[in-house]
Each structure stands twice: as structure tokens, then as C-alpha cells.
Write a protein that binds this ligand. Structure first.
Ligand code: BV8
Ligand code: ZN
Length: 248
């Protein structure tokens, strides 16, 4: 894969960089994406699982689904895509990772300034008194939805379900960082979920150079400046390698 000279020139010029990531960056860590050929939503319906009504209708089923995903996340490791982003962040004055993922792999890869738009699967809270519970407090084998020790309420994953607001202030901060970015990488996302998908649009509206990395074309491919088709875990290390050579 040849890295375009224009991209390298933009990287050399950039002071602030933003990485907007989706499930595709975790695919090479063995975590299923949501859409596309082997996506989760092909087998299960998001409305049956990733929303509050579904949880209230069948809390054990939704809890078990998240326990299953937590086990996969727990058994997985950050891949070269996550690791390269963490390394690249050290070469820029301002760098932010805005992720739609709830798997915390950017955190485990050593990234900083991470904004998790859709929450984090390692955190849980009581729907009544909001008491926080770390996932480690529950056995993966625990299939039944836990009850709050304080008030007996149902404990749910601290992730943003469809129809729910994003965590207060996180989206606004992500938009602000996007509007200040000189270069915005869009990595492994189908860019169909809102308001998250507004982030790269906000970057573009403020003059950022947009680079998409995906194994296929997406909704946003027509709007980017540079579209690199391939695996994030292969392309990002190539970009880093060529960038380090270019700045020597
Ligand atoms: C809300 C739960 C408002 C956590 C998820 C306009 C404005 C606002 C809202 C809406 C709007 N239009 C529609 C809505 C409603 C809805 C929405 O966006 N629906 C869509 C589907 C049409 N949005 C909401 O409900 C949001 N809330 O707006 O509230 C509100 C509320 C109350 C009152 C007033 C207003 C909440 C959205 C969050 C939903 N939660 N998940 C969890 O369990 O994980 S969404 C789910 O999709 C995941 O969180 C995921 O992060 C997200 C995005 O998916 P992607 O990350 O892009 O993953 P996907 O599988 O789609 O794509 C993977 C890509 O990777 C593919 O392109 C593939 O080609 C690529 N790939 C694969 N392998 C690789 C690769 N690329 C590179 N390398 C590889 N190796
Ligand atoms: Zn409680």
C-alpha cells in the first residue's frame, strides 16, 4: 500500500490530529463489528438488544449479551491499529481519540485524550440509584442481571443505547476537538450512527484534511480527502513508518 505524499505532507504540517474510530478498528482484535458481512446485527436485532425498552422487557437476555461481549473483549488485545494510534498521538501537540467503541481497547493500547461517545462496557450502573459497578464485580458466567446492593434496582451496562442521549458534554467536547483538528482520521466505521457521525463532518467544515481507513467504501467516502482501502491494523503502521521517514 502506497501512502500518498499529500497525506504525509498534511501530517508534517498538522499541529492537531483527531482519530474518529468505530468497530472496524477492533475487528483485528477478534471483536465482531455491527454491520457488514459478519456483523452482529445480521444475527441479532439492535432494537431487541441495544435499547432500554429491550432491557426492561428482558433484562437477563440483554445482560447475558453484554456478558458474552465482555468475555470476548476481556480475551482480546489491542491490535497494531490501536497501538499505532497511541504512538502517533505522541507526535502532535494536540491529539484526541473519539471512539464509538465501548471495548476500551484504545485505553489499553496507551492512547490519551480518549472521548468515548457510546460509553464503556467495563462500567455498569444501577438504573434507580445510579450506583456504579465495575464489570469485574460480576462473574462472566453470571447470566442473571445483577441487582443493586444499595437499593435492589437492576444494574445495566454503562453504554449508550439507541434513543439514549450521549454522555453529557462528551459529544460537545468531541465536536470542539474536531473543529480544531488539522487532520482527522476516520477509521473502521460505517458512519451511519448519529450524532457520532457528525464528528468527521464537523472536522471537514472547519478545514481539516479527512483520511478514511476502511476495508470498503462507506457513506462518508465521497466526503474525505484521502480514502485508503484496507485493514486498519495494516495501513496505520504503514502510515506511521512513512511519516517517521518523512520527518527525519
Ligand atoms: C441519540 C450501543 C438522541 C453500545 C450503539 C440523527 C441525530 C441523532 C440521532 C439519530 C439521527 N438519526 C438516527 C438517529 C437515531 C440513532 C441512530 O443513529 N440510528 C442509526 C442506526 C440510523 N442514534 C441514536 O439513537 C443515538 N442516540 O441520538 O439520542 C436523542 C435521545 C433522546 C432524546 C432526544 C434525542 C445513540 C446511538 C448509539 C447507539 N448505540 N451501540 C454497544 O452495545 O456497543 S450503536 C453501535 O453502532 C455501536 O456502538 C457502534 O459504535 C456504532 C457505530 O457502528 P460502527 O462502529 O461504525 O460499526 P459498524 O459495524 O457499523 O461498521 C464497522 C466498519 O468497519 C465497517 O465500515 C467495516 O467495513 C469496517 N471494518 C471492518 N473491519 C475493518 C474495518 N475497517 C478497517 N479495518 C478493518 N480490519
Ligand atoms: Zn441502586
Amino acid at each position: 500500500m502506497n501512502i500518498p505524499n499529500k497525506l504525509l505532507a498534511e501530517l508534517k504540517r498538522a499541529k492537531s490530529i483527531l482519530f474518529f474510530t468505530g468497530a472496524g478498528i477492533s475487528a483485528e482484535s477478534g471483536i465482531s463489528t455491527f454491520r457488514g458481512e459478519h456483523g452482529i446485527w445480521n444475527k441479532l436485532k439492535p432494537e431487541e438488544l441495544a435499547n432500554f425498552d429491550a432491557f426492561m422487557k428482558n433484562p437477563d437476555m440483554v445482560w447475558e449479551w453484554y456478558q458474552y461481549r465482555r468475555q470476548i473483549v476481556d480475551d482480546s488485545e489491542p491490535n497494531p491499529g490501536h497501538i499505532t494510534i497511541a504512538e502517533m498521538q505522541n507526535h502532535f501537540e494536540n491529539s484526541t481519540v473519539v471512539t464509538q467503541n465501548v471495548d476500551n481497547l484504545h485505553g489499553r493500547a496507551g492512547s490519551k485524550n480518549i472521548l468515548e461517545l457510546h460509553g464503556n462496557i467495563e462500567r455498569n450502573f444501577c438504573i434507580d440509584c445510579k450506583t456504579y459497578y465495575n464489570s469485574r464485580e460480576f462473574q462472566f458466567a453470571e447470566k442473571h442481571v445483577p441487582k443493586c446492593e444499595k437499593c435492589g434496582g437492576l444494574v445495566r451496562p454503562d453504554v449508550v443505547w439507541f434513543g439514549e442521549m450521549l454522555p453529557a458534554g462528551v459529544f460537545e467536547e468531541a465536536e470542539r476537538k474536531a473543529s480544531e483538528s488539522d487532520i482527522c482520521f476516520i477509521v473502521g466505521t460505517s458512519a451511519v450512527v448519529y450524532p457520532a457521525a457528525y464528528i468527521p463532518i464537523s472536522a471537514k467544515q472547519n478545514g481539516a484534511y479527512l483520511v478514511e481507513i476502511n476495508i470498503e467504501l462507506t457513506n462518508i467516502s465521497d466526503s474525505v480527502d484521502c480514502c485508503l482501502i484496507g485493514k486498519a491494523g495494516e495501513i496505520l503502521p504503514r502510515i506511521m513508518e512513512e511519516y517517521l521517514t518523512a520527518i527525519k
